[in-house]
Design a protein around this ligand. Structure first.
Ligand SMILES: NC(=O)c1ccc[n+]([C@@H]2O[C@H](COP(=O)([O-])OP(=O)(O)OC[C@H]3O[C@@H](n4cnc5c(N)ncnc54)[C@H](OP(=O)(O)O)[C@@H]3O)[C@@H](O)[C@H]2O)c1
Length: 187
């Protein structure tokens, strides 16, 4: 990964306090400036108190589109964004990701990468995400582990490490674990 000292890499993580907490910690070590959006600052208390990057936590519910829009405007006024890592339940918050993409499109010309983390079922449906011209879209699909006999869902650490690898490799599409045989997925 690039050196934190020699380059200014600015990352924003939406939903980075749960299974992506390890990814958020790595971003803090690797990037110059990191912002996290989710509802509970206590979940990232370690980083809030002891961060390496210029770290900001925005405690908001991403279903509140007006508040999300205002926060994004505030973030984009401070500095342009290079990376957005988004773990958003689109069924519960259909406006959240379009709001993020729209705000970045409206407020910066420079290109940015969206690492869109998707659950297995969401990925299987193959929904198209409309992204602005300055967005390099990267999907990270959560699969499951299958050894030919038994299957299980991914652990948080496997998910976080997979997202880190996707960012490092800059792959357009990454599947963590497997998606087939689909009928062997854990119940
Ligand atoms: N293989 C698969 O397809 C798949 C798919 C999904 C989940 N899973 C598994 O399911 C488990 C938990 O999944 P989870 O979705 O609960 O993930 P999680 O990563 O534990 O939590 C969701 C993240 O999004 C944030 N968030 C949720 N709702 C929000 C809202 N309205 N506004 C702002 N931020 C919000 C949460 O922070 P706050 O709570 O602080 O807001 C947290 O950072 C994991 O163990 C994962 O392995 C697997």
């Amino acid at each position: 990964m690039r050196s934190r000292v020699s380059e200014s890499i600015l990352g924003r993580v939406i939903g980075g306090t749960g299974m992506l907490l390890e990814t958020t910690g790595w971003l803090d070590e690797s990037f110059e400036r990191v912002s996290v959006i989710s509802r509970d600052q206590l979940k990232v208390r370690g980083l809030v108190e002891n961060h390496k990057s210029d770290f900001t936590f925005y405690e908001i519910n991403y279903r509140d589109t007006e508040k999300l829009t205002n926060i994004l405007k505030q973030i984009l006024t401070r500095a342009p964004i290079d990376y957005v890592i988004a773990w958003i339940h689109s069924g519960k918050a259909p406006e959240a990701l379009p709001t993020v993409l729209n705000e970045v499109e409206q407020n910066q010309h420079r290109s940015f990468r969206l690492f869109h983390v998707k659950g297995s079922a969401h990925a299987i449906k193959k929904e198209t995400v409309l992204v602005p011209a300055n967005c390099l879209y990267r999907e990270v699909i959560l699969g499951f582990q299958y050894d030919g006999t038994n299957s299980r869902w991914l652990t948080h650490s496997e998910i976080s490490k997979g997202v880190i690898a996707a960012i490092q490799e800059d792959a357009e599409s990454t599947t963590i674990g497997v998606l087939s045989p689909w009928e062997k997925r854990p119940s």
